[in-house]
Design a protein around this ligand. Sequence first.
Ligand code: GRF
Length: 196
Amino acid sequence: MNKTKIAIFASGGGSNARKILEYFQDSETAEVALVVSNKKDAGVLDIADTFSVPTHLINRQSFYETTEILEVLKAHDIGFIALAGFLWLVPAYLVKAYPGKILNIHPALLPKYGGKGMYGHHVHEAVKAAGELESGPTIHFVNEHYDEGDIVFQATCSLEPEDEPEDIARKVLSLEHAHFPRIIEAVIIKQKVRNN
Ligand code: GRF
């Protein structure tokens, strides 16, 4: 069976992207065929280079006012999208073009601590301020609203009262690395089975 080609969308350092790239080097199911970023100096672009995976830079105007990205995805035969630290809202035309085929990872237990402005350290600071006893990543399908698509997977870690936002971030990120690649693979396998 043909491997599904994955595009990773990321805006930042790309530690999740690296884990996904590593994981799919040995997968029979899928491969990472493209990394898309909205930031020309994003660390994720260098990581893609080290894996010899092509990259594509988007700008706000073309992303929201045209559908050019669909042509790029088509040219690379992309069948699945993983958002790994991608901070822009996914436009409706893209959600429609990839129904049930876009996953996002969010560093908190949604539906808490999600939505516009809830990213990076803001999330972990809010978790700390609320005195939560646990946190963890949520992997969910993407729809037109920030952090609102159906939840596929959550993992939890316990928090200590003395944990600072940086400690919470570290605990959650290590769960992201452990689970995101395999959940992407499991969702792709499920879809392949359904389509056969
Ligand atoms: C992760 O915490 C992820 O949950 C969030 O953005 C962060 C990306 O980190 N969406 P990295 O760039 O993968 O290191």
